[in-house]
Design a binder for this molecule. Structure first.
Ligand code: AHR
Length: 487
């Protein structure tokens, strides 16, 4: 299979680093087990936060982390999670059918964010909360003034404000966040956002947007918001892929079907971006966030705490998705894959004291050179897979960004059996020196890392040959590559 990727001469919008954000919810073993083990644990920890997870996540430099949910957020009362741990109440996590000890609360989350070097993104409770509760949380986190709440924060160990910039105003308010209509949510949003805006610093307010099953939500929400558009900084979409298929023993057709879902995300973002642009004013732009996304396989049931294995299929899917996200760089300012550890398309899987990073993790790690890069459009000439329903999946996915005199070129061979012979050429000019070239591939698309066998899939060096026609690369089946080359 031979493919030519031609890079256009002029650059477009810049990839917001927050496109590589993530999401951790009080669900299954994401927080309890994957992040928090408690100070008394035999698993090495820093004040209860497991150190191997911290070390793994530091390497991918997550720019932003969303917490505490998800569905959990609209039944979470933040005061339950502050103060002496022994005195915190144990509640029922009604969505994920678990007890919630509240051992991991606001201060623990902020400490975790500091340890892994990420910006916190807090989702406030709209479904079962109040504007007063939400704005009190923001004051507790961000205010510098001397108030009863800021004194309480100091007494709980943090005299300095946390400076939380990103605030979600509810989660999935069309479902677990209150089963609201878009108009009803918009009216609630106007109330909550008014008080959140006033309560502490430069905040980005994020409204609940649609999922693929309720496309009318975004337009109706924005219409009811008319006149108060300045209260919303971004509209948050949710879009999961792979429902019903198995995580590892999938057929080749199921694999292609999963990859085709990336075009669904593309259309979802494009539609929301057009609506947001139309609702924006010269003074205030409403952006788009892909707030929850990733694979959700058959194995990820509530009983299993939404745990699922993670293979090279997930890596190929993720890489294609990021390449699509880059094309929306002018409107898409953040994405948060679900979820960081042990839940859905995790970066890290743990089993007691053992830990592995997943093929998905390696895509986050390898694609770091794309962050903050200006997108150089590409033309890809090669084969495509056509599905029975007429949708197509590119045989080779490509994305190129430019930063500080270097081009970051990511390539994906989606074919499960054939290698791809790829030539990457510049429409104008010549490449400089190849600075680095890395490849992620398994022996098959079903290859996975597990806590017992953690090193099956990891990046290796990739051979790149400079020819007069361009850079020549051979990509093994179902593989992902990142090449950095001078301009
Ligand atoms: O990520 C798991 C769940 O998926 C979240 O709690 C919810 O927002 C979504 O439906």
């Amino acid at each position: 299979m031979s493919t030519t990727v031609t890079i256009a001469p002029s650059a477009g919008a810049t990839v917001n680093p927050n496109i590589y954000g993530h999401f951790a919810e009080h669900l299954g073993r994401c927080v309890y087990g994957g992040i928090w083990v408690g100070e008394g644990s035999s698993i090495p920890n820093d004040g209860g936060i497991r150190l191997d997870t911290v070390a793994a996540l530091k390497r991918v430099n997550l720019p932003v982390l969303r917490w505490p949910g998800g569905c959990f957020a609209d039944n979470y009362h933040w005061r339950d999670g502050i103060g002496p741990r022994a005195e915190r109440p144990t509640r029922l996590n009604i969505w994920w059918l678990q007890g919630e000890s509240n051992a991991f609360g606001t201060h623990e989350f902020m400490r975790f964010c500091r340890l892994i070097g990420t910006a916190p993104y807090v989702c406030a409770n709209v479904g079962s909360g109040s504007p007063e509760e939400a704005r009190g949380w923001l004051e507790y986190c961000n205010a510098r003034q001397d108030t009863t709440l800021t004194r309480e924060r100091a007494a709980n160990g943090d005299p300095e404000p946390f400076g939380v910039r990103y605030w979600g105003v509810g989660n999935e308010n069309w479902g677990c966040g209150g089963t609201m209509t878009p108009a009803q949510y918009a009216l609630e949003y106007r109330r909550y956002a008014t008080y959140l805006r006033q309560s502490g610093g430069d905040v980005t307010l994020i409204a609940c947007g649609s999922h693929p099953g309720n496309p009318e939500w975004d337009a109706e929400f924005l219409a009811t918001l008319k006149g108060a558009e300045g209260l919303v900084d971004a509209l948050a979409l949710h879009n999961y892929s792979g429902w019903g298929m198995p995580a590892v023993d999938f057929t080749d057709d199921q694999y292609l079907n999963l990859l085709a879902a990336v075009s669904g995300m593309d259309a979802h973002i494009a539609r929301a971006a057009a609506l947001c642009r139309a609702a924006s004013t010269a003074e205030h732009k409403i952006n788009v966030i892909m707030d929850e996304w990733g694979t959700w396989y058959r194995e990820a049931t509530t009983e299993a705490g939404l745990y699922q294995p993670n293979t090279m299929q997930d890596a190929v899917f993720t890489a294609l998705a990021f390449q699509t996200f880059h094309r929306h760089a002018a409107d898409l300012v953040m994405t948060n894959m679900a979820q960081t550890t042990n839940v859905l398309q995790a970066l890290v899987l743990t089993e007691g004291p053992k830990l592995c990073v997943t093929p998905t993790y390696w895509v986050y790690e390898m694609f770091q050179p794309h962050r903050d890069g200006a997108v150089r459009p590409v033309t890809v000439r090669g084969t495509a897979h056509t599905l029975a329903d007429g949708r197509t999946v590119p045989g080779c996915g490509a994305s190129v960004t430019e930063k500080d005199g270097t081009l970051a070129i990511s390539l994906v061979n989606t074919d499960v059996t054939n290698a791809a012979e790829v030539t990457v050429a510049l429409a104008e000019g010549a490449f400089g020196t190849v600075k680095s070239a890395r490849l992620l591939a398994g022996t098959t698309v079903r290859a996975q890392n597990t806590p017992d066998n953690p090193k099956v899939v990891a990046p290796t060096a990739l051979a790149v040959t400079a020819t007069p026609a361009g850079l020549r690369i051979t990509l093994p089946p179902a593989s992902v590559a990142m090449i950095e080359v001078g301009m």
